[in-house]
Design a protein around this ligand. Structure first.
Ligand code: XMP
Length: 317
């Protein structure tokens, strides 16, 4: 007997009672949860909600621009922060996956804290935490978890002194999507595949360079667009391309090439905890492979990941 309309109505009233005329800051990621949390809060407290969307340079191709545009259309009070150079600068030469994750998490907090600091008299930090994040909080990764894990560490950033509001804390993912639909969010946001907080930074195996990011963005865009054209995108839990720091020999015309490999990953899952690789049709895979190899300079080979979780994780790092 749970209905999204009733949830929206009660939650808006609760948020208004809880927050009053205080200002709230929220980090938007472009994902479903933070977007739904933002729109819900916006309905409740309007311009007192200040959203911050950080471009870490590790987003999908054109993601920053298109997502920012969507949010503005929604009337959200949002500030985009271009921190690409800062993230990529700090990542330069770093190969270890956990170190990369920690750097991305730390820089995110620094950038977000700087920005939150510029809003006068903020009292609350809103987060798009959902129920599975609460119960799996030990294994959850990403900005929100990073914020939590910093609780016990000395020298807290300023925004840690804020009170926390988490309007989606009792909901499962499908309920969050239904709430989003009730709020009028489009499938452009609601139907998106999960995307990790560290973004393409953990889909480039080994060290991250701006050149590798550009190659991976192009390959990933071809992959995702083809899945959409084939009507497969919505049937897949999550898909993405991975840049492998492996070079292999190929031929192009009369020339010998020696270039990098792109791996494609697509999985079916209910909650991300376990996952099966998708049996994508061969003709779709063939088209994607041809298009990537023909159009993306620096790639001469495409492979498909046929590993399930466990033991393979969804992300490669
Ligand atoms: P794994 O790779 O552990 O991923 O099988 C399970 C799900 O979690 C996502 N994931 C992340 N999400 N921050 C996030 O917000 C992260 O650091 C992170 N790492 C993995 C992954 O994309 C998949 O949906």
């Amino acid at each position: 007997d749970w209905t999204s309309a009733a949830f929206v109505e009660t939650t808006i009233a609760d948020l208004q009672a809880q927050i009053g005329d205080d200002k709230v800051v929220l980090a938007l990621s472009g994902g479903v949860d933070s977007s739904v949390a933002a729109v819900l809060l916006h309905k409740a407290i309007g311009k007192n909600l200040h959203c911050i969307f950080v471009d870490n340079g590790l987003l999908r191709k054109n993601e920053y621009e298109s997502v920012l545009e969507q949010y503005k259309d929604f009337g959200l009070n949002i500030k985009g922060v271009d921190a690409k150079d800062r993230f990529l600068g700090e990542l330069a030469g770093v190969e270890d996956p956990e170190t990369k994750r920690k750097i991305i998490g730390r820089v995110f907090i620094e950038v977000f804290d700087d920005e939150a600091h510029q809003i006068q008299d903020v009292k609350w930090l809103a987060q798009g935490t959902i129920y599975p994040d609460v119960i799996e909080s030990v294994s959850v990764k990403g900005p929100s978890a990073t914020i939590k894990s910093h609780h016990n560490v000395g020298g807290l950033p300023d925004f840690m002194k804020l009170k926390v509001v988490e309007p989606l804390k009792s909901l499962f993912k499908d309920e969050v999507r239904r709430v989003g639909t009730t709020l009028g969010l489009e499938s452009f946001i609601l139907g998106r595949h999960p995307f990790p907080g560290p973004g393409l930074g953990i889909r480039i195996i080994g060290d991250v360079t701006p050149e590798k990011v550009a190659i991976l963005q192009d390959a990933d865009q071809i992959y995702i667009n083809n899945l959409k054209e084939a009507g497969l995108y919505d049937k897949i839990w999550q898909a993405g391309a991975i840049f492998l720091p492996v070079r292999s020999v190929g031929v192009m015309g009369d020339e010998r090439t020696y270039e990098n490999v792109i791996a494609l990953r697509a999985v079916e899952s209910l909650d991300g905890m376990t996952a099966d690789w998708c049996h994508l049709p061969y003709d779709v895979l063939a088209k994607i492979s041809n298009e990537i190899i023909n159009k993306v300079k620096g790639i001469n080979r495409v492979v498909y990941d046929i590993s399930s979780k466990p033991p393979a994780t969804i992300e490669w790092e």
